[in-house]
Design a protein around this ligand. Structure first.
Ligand code: DX5
Ligand code: ZN
Length: 216
């Protein structure tokens, strides 16, 4: 499939959110990536439901919500109600991952699971058929603007092998340090969705940066 670009709103101008939402609407980007951080699972606090609700009022593309929070089961229904289309929880934050992913799907959302850089992809072997998307963290979660961890390419290939014949529709998303210098290599390795925060919003021309990462 053709790869998707999901600009991360974490790098947007929070004082002009509507402007940046419209910028993504009018670009070749495919999804909005929304990073929810609780200051417990990760050492940073970003934004939560009220902000996502406000974004959803203007967004014309699917909302890809990445929960970097402990005990995400408490909020699945709420994120569904405010318009999440893809809901991703962290493997490291879920003691009962099968239950959590099933609940996300039962609510009608795509179920995603994110892996921290140190978590090997083989831990997903017995759950891979119940997952719509795996988000490989290519930085330690918590902050935008960090450098891409090169070991991620190997994880993309390993994950594609893991899903073969069991989940051929699996979407592989890469999150952190993605930009003009590595997007092609990631797509070649088998990535389907590229999250791009700083490389989109810090660019002189964000829409041109998105177009470039789409390969157009
Ligand atoms: C990091 C977040 C990312 C972040 C990526 O914890 O999950 O989505 O916004 O930012 P960049 O693209 O700047 O590395
Ligand atoms: Zn993210």
């Amino acid at each position: 499939m053709e790869h998707l670009i999901a600009p991360s709103i974490l790098a947007a101008d929070f004082a002009n959110l509507q402007k940046d939402v419209e910028l993504v609407n009018d670009s070749e980007a495919d999804w909005f990536h929304l990073d929810v951080m609780d200051g417990v699972f990760v050492p940073n606090i970003s934004f939560g439901m009220p902000v996502i609700k406000a974004i959803a009022r203007h967004a014309k593309k699917p909302l890809d919500v990445h929960l970097m929070i402990v005990d995400p089961d408490r909020y699945l229904q709420e994120f569904c109600d405010i318009g999440a289309n893809v809901l991703t929880v962290h493997y490291e934050a879920c003691a009962h991952l099968h239950r959590t992913l099933t609940a996300i799907r039962d609510l009608g959302m795509k179920a995603g699971v994110a892996l921290n850089p140190h978590t090997p992809v083989h831990v997903l072997q017995d759950i891979i058929q119940h997952v719509d998307l795996v988000c490989l963290m290519s930085v330690n979660p918590g902050f935008g603007g960090q450098s891409f961890i090169e070991h991620t390419y190997k994880k993309v290939r390993d994950l594609r092998d893991l899903g073969k014949g069991v989940n051929d529709k699996l979407l592989i998303e890469i999150d952190g340090g993605v930009g003009k210098n590595n997007w092609q290599k990631l797509v070649q390795a088998g990535a389907d969705v590229l999250v791009a925060g700083s490389s989109t919003f810090n660019a002189n021309d964000p829409q041109a940066a998105i177009r470039e990462m789409k390969g157009n």
